[in-house]
Design a protein around this ligand. Sequence first.
Ligand code: TXA
Ligand code: MG
Length: 356
Amino acid sequence: MNIDAKQTVLWRVDKKNPAPAIIKEAASIIARGGLVAFPTETVYGLGANGLDGKAVDSIFAAKGRPRDNPLILHVSDINMVYRYAGDVSKTALMLMEEFWPGPLSVVLPGSSKVPREVSAGLNSLAFRMPDHSVALALIREAGVPVAAPSANTSGKPSPTTAEHTYQDLKGKIDAILDGGQAGMGVESTVLDLTAEVPVILRPGGVTLEDIKELGCDVVLDSSLVNYEEIVDKPRSPGMKYRHYAPSSPLILIEGVEEQVIQEILKLASAYAAQGKRIGVLCRDGNLGKYPGTMTIAAGTAWDHASVAVELYNALRSFDDTDMDIILAEGVEPVGLGLAVANRLRRAATTIIQAKG
Ligand code: TXA
Ligand code: MG
């Protein structure tokens, strides 16, 4: 037996009103340098004391995460940001007041009060205040900023349930707070406020349109526009890895719906002729359109939020099947759809634009 294996405890908690005794117990694990997974309104996070370099390092070990990919510090109030960031601009304060608690992570100048393991050596730090009673209660009780990436094995789709977290991390972390299904299903928007004009490094629940509506200048990182380019020095180190990916190769087909369907049918019959088993990820309205394949639905085309909620679970479901290849319908990259399209593009081994 591996003597390093941890006994991972699973505590069920009420997501609106978590039992104080359980939160206390979980916070004491964090205080002792341990790892606790918890639900947020985006996906499950894997938390450690953000001021304890050794504890933060063990997050990387548990996830198998490359050590050059920095973590977000989760806070329970804006004062914590003032305490640990190098500087807080007026724009940063305005955005935090507008969108917190909520799915926005702000990248601010870093400070030496936070161990370098959190920022992976960058001179900036990301902060976020999650909109979830369990997460907020845990951070408050711990009394420290909680460093937390998504609670998945690195490279896998982020967990939207405690079960996903358990599958990936059992034996490697101390505890999981099970608060049921996480809310949105995709991770927070990562917004770099250290540049002259704010840059969205990762699209998420707070959209480009939401930020512009406040009269705030904002641009998309070039990797989100020219997403097929492999950027040599991405500003968000997490952007350079294939992510959110099921084990089998995934071909993403983008474009007008009718043409996407035709392209998938064409590819499916070509792969079937090679004896391959084909999975298709599609809108629920298109479930019957791909005979001879194993179809899994995620949401409806006209409702990006419904696709976001189901996407990671659908990607994980393909791993329980023995498909050789997955063909996925694309999503229109506007509003929350940009976040969904981004995750699909990052999960894909190949991206095809369907043409009429
Ligand atoms: O919704 C979320 O953000 C979830 C929940 C648990 O809060 N967390 C999450 O963390 O998705 P993670 O570690 O899986 O993704 C954090 C992203 C990575 O792409 C990382 O590179 C980027 O944020 N990031 C963190 N600190 C940064 C920094 N100082 N500068 C640029 N990018 C940073
Ligand atoms: Mg992640």
